[in-house]
Design a protein around this ligand. Structure first.
Ligand code: SF4
Ligand code: SF4
Length: 407
């Protein structure tokens, strides 16, 4: 793609220019784009959005319509995986979104809603109080909020293991996950305990919500605070930072890049990113016999692989292979690369599109009558639970007798 970006914003121009020049307009990415498949508008396809961003950067003007098309993007990065030319769509999109935010202010209500999300969701206590209140006033809420109101979490049957092993790893508990699905982290701690590894709790929001709502400085603040909290434990020999939510995992894997320009945190951020692991990566390296011995129920599973697991962490097929190695029966799922429509705050901010994407995804997941749906990200877990007729679990829960389905 030929470009003529003005030199006025040199900081981002080079990066954007390099990405744009790789695009050969072939359109192979469009088939993997859920918004294009749904809306049939080129401006809601990856290629169309690339053109819109290019035009904005070249002309230094932000046409009001561009915001609508960028806001509709799930940032699932399925297009990036499909692109034969290696166009880093996600990176270009973030550059474009930042430019747009700086050039044209959002309407007041939109800004207010986004600010409210940033002020509540990253803080577990606020999430807890808010969900309690929202359940009481549920009938009065607008549909987007009513539909996204989390169902009550399943009870946690057992607490964290008390044994202490020589091998330790950190476990990022996350912000909404301990409130909406506390059994996931407990199950992870119990599964790793069975393998002779103690998981030590690491608190804090990864910063993804702020980052994807364009509050970049706020996101960097979360990252720095997390590094300060986690660093002493990593220095004492924790082998890895386990992250059960693939969305948070993808964010932490980017800490090194995002704090590269900060002389105080760059080296530490790089190390934290290098130590971040999805639990499937660790389990694939361990002797699984203690887990096999502990669980005897093997339900038929439809596995929903989150976009962040596939396109950001590049772990397509790893969890599925692990579950099959443990004897689970995985049913085939149509279009497993397509997003469920959760996408962070997308289900709230783009409620109607998100509901359509969810309906189609659940139809595909339930087509072969699984006993349950398993996934690997708190956002997808919560979103799928709104519509699925079978139980939804994080896959790690299936490996712990306390949270696995009963025979
Ligand atoms: S992003 Fe990649 S797949 Fe899409 S049009 Fe450009 S080169 Fe083709
Ligand atoms: S990130 Fe997802 S929704 Fe956005 S353009 Fe790419 S495929 Fe489409």
């Amino acid at each position: 793609m030929q470009t003529s970006l003005p030199p006025s914003f040199l900081a981002t121009a080079k990066a954007a220019d390099a990405i744009l020049r790789k695009c050969v307009h072939c359109g192979l990415c469009t088939a993997s784009c859920r918004t294009y498949r749904l809306l049939g508008d080129e401006r809601d396809s990856p290629r169309g959005r690339i053109y819109l961003i290019k035009d904005m950067l070249e002309t230094s003007t932000a046409h009001p319509a561009i915001r609508q098309h960028l806001d509709r993007c799930l940032l699932c990065r399925a297009c990036e995986t499909a692109c034969p030319s290696g166009v880093e769509y996600g990176r270009l999109f973030e550059i474009g979104r930042q430019e747009l935010e700086q050039r044209s202010a959002r309407p007041l209500l939109d800004r207010w809603i986004r600010r409210a999300l940033r002020m509540t969701l990253p803080y577990p206590r606020r999430v807890q109080h808010l969900t309690r209140l929202a359940r009481i006033i549920r009938p009065l809420l607008p549909r987007n909020y009513r539909d996204n109101l989390p169902l009550a979490p399943p009870a946690v049957a057992h607490g964290w293991p008390q044994r202490r092993h020589r091998r330790t790893m950190l476990l990022l508990e996350g912000c909404v996950q301990p409130v909406l699905a506390p059994a996931i982290n407990t199950a992870a701690a119990r599964v790793f305990d069975r393998l002779g590894i103690t998981l030590l709790s690491a608190r804090g929001c990864c910063g993804a919500l702020s980052y994807h709502l364009s509050a970049i400085d706020e996101a960097r603040g979360f990252m720095r605070r997390n590094i300060d909290r986690w660093w002493p434990v990593l220095e004492r020999g924790a082998e890895a930072l386990i992250i059960t939510a693939s969305g948070c995992g993808a964010m932490v894997r980017d800490y090194g890049d995002l704090l590269r320009g900060d002389p105080c945190y760059a080296a530490k951020a790089e190390r934290v990113s290098a130590l971040a692991r999805d639990p499937c990566q660790v389990l694939m390296q361990e002797d699984l016999d203690p887990i096999r011995a502990a669980t005897d129920v093997r339900p038929r599973i439809a596995f929903h692989s989150p976009c962040t697991l596939q396109n950001a962490l590049k772990l397509t097929g790893v969890t599925e292979t692990l579950l099959q190695a443990l004897g689970f029966n995985l049913v085939a799922v149509q279009d497993p690369h397509l997003c469920c429509g959760s996408a962070g705050s997308y289900s709230i901010l783009q409620g109607s599109l998100s509901r359509r994407l969810l309906a189609e995804k659940v139809k595909h997941l339930e087509a072969l009558r699984p006993t349950l749906i398993a996934t690997a990200n708190i956002g997808c877990y919560q979103h799928l639970r709104q519509k699925a007729r079978v139980p939804v679990k994080h896959w790690i829960e299936l490996l712990d007798p306390a949270t696995a389905p009963a025979a």
